[in-house]
Write a protein that binds this ligand. Structure first.
Ligand code: HEC
Ligand code: HEC
Ligand code: HEC
Length: 149
């Protein structure tokens, strides 16, 4: 067996590393402030209310989580403008099943299929209200689906 002396240089760098780790862990709320919108896209979830209330999309899950690049979606599937897709008449399930919008990936091979796990995307009216209560409201006007024909 060789000697068990740890060379001083190595010991020293371990010491420095440990110090850095302690500092890093000591910083408050690394989780939230560490999220970089330039790298991963907007932190705030995007929520659509048309035609049904409500469907949610989170950049974080797709970029930070699934490792997708911005142009996986922003090269034709979606505009960088919340609410754009919602203004199109074909933003519906038929269209997803045909491979448009979310359906470009949510087809059962690249990601879970659009005709499964409805509630992963659909948060419903209750989910919508809850989310709007929690996240800062950004002045998305009320949709005014209201009756009154
Ligand atoms: C998996 C698909 C997907 C990926 C990947 C993605 N985005 Fe998006 N992004 C969307 C969708 C969906 C919207 C909303 C479009 C709509 O409502 O029509 C959006 C909207 C946006 C908006 C507009 C937000 C607003 O409030 O108007 C910005 C900015 C944006 N994305 C930036 C990025 C950046 C930067 C990246 C890469 C780091 C990225 N996106 C990656 C799907 C994606
Ligand atoms: C460019 C491909 C792509 C597009 C477009 C895309 N997704 Fe995804 N999505 C993924 C991948 C990959 C995952 C992670 C793998 C999985 O969960 O099947 C994911 C995961 C998700 C999850 C997480 C499910 C969970 O509970 O873990 C939700 C919710 C979701 N996507 C919703 C949407 C919605 C809504 C749209 C359309 C507005 C959309 N996605 C568009 C690729 C995409
Ligand atoms: C990958 C995400 C995703 C999944 C999974 C998903 N949907 Fe949707 N759904 C959407 C989006 C996006 C829209 C359009 C935006 C809106 O209506 O707010 C939509 C719209 C709808 C609509 C109104 C438009 C139409 O096609 O009639 C119904 C109804 C609906 N979904 C039912 C379902 C049911 C039932 C399931 C499960 C079998 C399901 N969705 C699964 C994303 C999804």
């Amino acid at each position: 067996m060789k000697g068990r002396n740890i060379p001083f240089g190595k010991f020293f760098s371990l010491l420095v590393l440990a110090g850095v780790l302690i500092l890093a862990v000591g910083k408050p709320s690394v989780a939230d402030e560490g999220y970089d919108e330039d790298t991963y896209g907007p932190a705030k979830p995007i929520v659509w209310t048309k035609p049904v209330k409500a469907v949610v999309f989170q950049h974080k899950i797709h970029t930070m989580g699934a490792g997708l690049e911005c142009n996986s979606c922003h090269d034709g599937i979606f505009q960088m403008e919340a609410g754009n897709a919602e203004s199109k008449d074909d933003f519906n399930m038929q269209s997803l099943y045909k491979g448009n919008y979310c359906g470009a990936c949510h087809d059962g091979s690249m990601a879970f299929a659009s005709n499964t796990r409805c509630t992963s995307c659909h948060i419903g009216v209750q989910g919508y209200n809850k989310m709007m209560g929690v996240t800062a409201k950004h002045g998305e006007g009320e949709e005014g689906h209201g009756g009154g024909h």
